[in-house]
Design a protein around this ligand. Structure first.
Ligand code: ADP
Ligand code: MG
Length: 599
């Protein structure tokens, strides 16, 4: 007896259903996309029990005639392409002709549809892929598709469905994504008979986006930019540096109005926030690309989520640069703006330029005199530090060669041993002493020539990692070496730190290595050169952080003056290397508003 037999069609369809329809949100996606393909301008979505009980999509699109309504649930039934060549010029979301067939095989499906030029519509009920009822019905022009008891024919799959809230969460995110790129479509959403969204149609993409993201409610400014490159068009809406999330859920990418997943592009977007947001934090970024169909391969995934670009590096670089430029423009804009009613960390550029060019202050020389002496000592125990703890801002004994502060600044004092309060012509300036010092040191480390000459450790530090981590790190150990950190691999899972740069002795090398591992995981796509620059920056940031004065350190007037002077003289002084603001101007207007002197 032969072992091979052909699967009955409805069994094959159930297997296909598993690939296309992963969960209720993927059903909603397929059905909304069909409605959009049919030219709908109003789509109503009704969900019950997270889509497990009911998904009902009502559209006012073209509808289907009798024949098409019958055919649409057959496998590979599509009106959208005739051959694979049509894919290149595709303007619709669907093309595989699989979604309705798969859904019909795995649920109780009802279709009601009517075209504009007929008097009556068609009502079809399909159970497990079999047409049970087909009858005429009175209906509006458009289509209603109802999916009840999803996966009722596949109990194993049904078990994988998550609780109502989880499935509803996925559905909401999906609907938001679709609403973002179709502002002109009216989208109404009911969950368990309660109206949860009503996105009114608009021509204003910014308005729709801000509405969906609720930027105001979350207290950040949504900055937008549009760019052209060859035949490609880019629109971005991104959060400013006041907002961040712990994960990437705020990053959404679209290619030709299709919500896509592409980890490399997502990393490029997050990279644009380097030195703007703290390590491990992510922005909100809606990135919409319009590019010729020939630049995209959407055929790689049955759910059409994972998309590959034909020229990925060009696109990633373009998006990265555009967002970075937008953020920079935003910051310069803030610098020039009179902070009448904003609470951004601002002081005016012209005030800064009044300060004499930086003199080698005690702080600056302090580090380099010491560290440049150090390399002559070849063996040093990590416990034997020859540098006095740099965690204290050096005392100046009240003598200062220059008066660092312009007339209009007057230090009021220190608040909670953490913030320096400054009388400012336009209000109250608060400076975070740690962030400010970090920012100063970070910039100084950049210009120090030999600050990373290594010192041999008497007792090498041993760091245990996994084999996978070592494999990831090993090709880059030379970058550590260039930065004065000499590490060798020994044993299966150990690294030995043999030497450290003088100014880095305070730093935990393990922490440093873990940070760098994170960077490597996050920025896999970088070239060695880019990575080297990035790692160098991270090392400097870490060193600056360790060496800087901390919150809780008491500063005297002279030290505060010096700190402010150095801060103003530092080039990028608005944020510390981790992206936190160094200072904050509370405008007089805001203060007066609080006291109800102004409304
Ligand atoms: P695809 O979208 O890949 O063509 P589907 O299985 O999703 O495949 O749909 C099959 C066909 O049914 C579509 O090509 C379209 O002609 C028709 N169809 C599906 N949904 C609608 C709708 N809401 N309005 C009009 N026609 C529809
Ligand atoms: Mg479809």
């Amino acid at each position: 007896m032969s072992k091979i037999h052909i699967l009955p069609l409805h069994e094959a369809q159930k297997i296909a259903a598993g690939e296309i329809v992963e969960r209720p949100a993927s059903v909603v996606k397929e059905l909304i996309e069909n409605a959009l393909d049919a030219g709908a301008t109003h789509i109503t979505i009704q969900i019950e029990d997270g889509g497990k009980k009911l998904i009902r999509i009502v559209d006012n699109g073209s509808g289907m005639n009798y024949q098409d309504a019958h055919l649409c649930t057959a496998m590979h039934a599509t009106s959208k392409i005739r051959s694979i060549d049509d894919l290149k010029a595709l303007h619709t979301f669907g093309f595989r002709g699989e979604a309705l067939a798969a859904l019909a095989a795995s649920s109780q499906m009802t279709i009601i549809t009517k075209q504009a030029d007929t008097h009556e519509g068609i009502h079809i009920i399909i159970q497990e892929g079999i047409h049970k009822i087909t009858e005429p019905i009175a209906a509006q022009t458009g289509t209603i598709i109802e999916i009840r008891d999803l996966f009722c024919t596949m109990p194993a799959r049904q078990k994988f469905l998550k609780k109502r809230e989880t499935e509803m969460g996925h559905i909401k995110q999906l609907i938001d994504a679709i609403a973002l790129v179709h502002p002109q479509v009216h989208i109404t959403v009911y969950a368990d008979a309660v109206l949860i969204h009503n996105y009114l149609p608009t021509d204003n993409l910014y308005e729709r986006t801000a509405n969906i993201l609720q930027a105001k409610a979350h207290n950040y400014t949504l900055v937008s930019c549009t760019k052209e490159l060859d035949q490609m068009h880019l629109t971005c809406f991104v959060s400013d540096h006041h907002y961040s999330r712990y994960d990437r859920t705020g990053i959404m990418m679209f290619a030709n109005k299709r919500w896509i997943k592409n980890i490399h592009l997502s990393r490029a977007i997050a990279r644009a926030y380097m030195n703007v947001l703290p390590e491990g934090r992510f922005p909100v970024a809606i990135v919409m690309l319009d590019i010729p169909g020939t630049e995209l391969d959407i055929n790689v995934h049955p759910r059409k989520e994972e998309v590959q670009f034909v020229h990925p590096r060009t696109i990633e670089q373009w998006v990265h640069d555009s967002i970075k430029e937008t953020l920079n423009t935003q910051i310069s804009h803030l610098l020039q703006k009179t902070p009448q009613n904003s609470s951004f960390p601002v002081y005016k550029e012209n005030t800064i330029s009044m300060i004499p060019p930086m003199q080698p202050s005690y702080t600056a020389s302090y580090f380099y005199q010491k560290s440049s002496q150090e390399p002559s000592i070849s063996i040093l125990s990590p416990a034997l530090s020859i540098t006095p703890s740099p965690n204290t801002y050096p005392h100046t004994n009240g003598q200062s060669e220059i008066d660092p502060l312009p007339q209009e600044y007057e230090i009021i004092g220190q608040l909670h041993k953490t913030y320096i309060l400054v009388h400012h012509a336009e209000g109250l300036l608060m400076v975070d002493q740690h962030a400010a010092h970090e920012c100063i040191l970070y910039s100084k480390f950049e210009h120090a020539v030999d600050h990373n000459a290594p010192i041999q450790l008497l007792f090498p530090e041993i760091i245990q990692l996994t084999e996978a981590e070592i494999a990831l790190l090993e090709p880059y150990l030379y970058i550590f070496k260039e930065n004065g950190i000499i590490i060798e691999h020994f044993g299966q899972t150990n690294l030995r730190v043999n030497a450290l740069p003088a100014c880095n002795k305070q730093t935990s090398t393990e922490e440093l290595i873990r940070t760098i591992l994170n960077v490597l995981q996050e920025y896999k796509a970088l070239t060695d050169d880019e990575l080297s620059v990035l790692l160098h920056k991270k090392l400097r940031a870490q060193m600056a952080c360790k060496a800087a004065i901390k919150a809780g350190d008491i500063l005297d007037m002279q030290q505060m003056k010096l700190l402010l002077h150095d801060l103003y003289a530092t080039k990028d002084h608005l944020t510390c290397p981790h992206g936190r603001p160094t200072c904050w101007l509370i405008s007089l207007y805001e203060i007066e508003k609080k006291f109800k002197r102004k409304m």
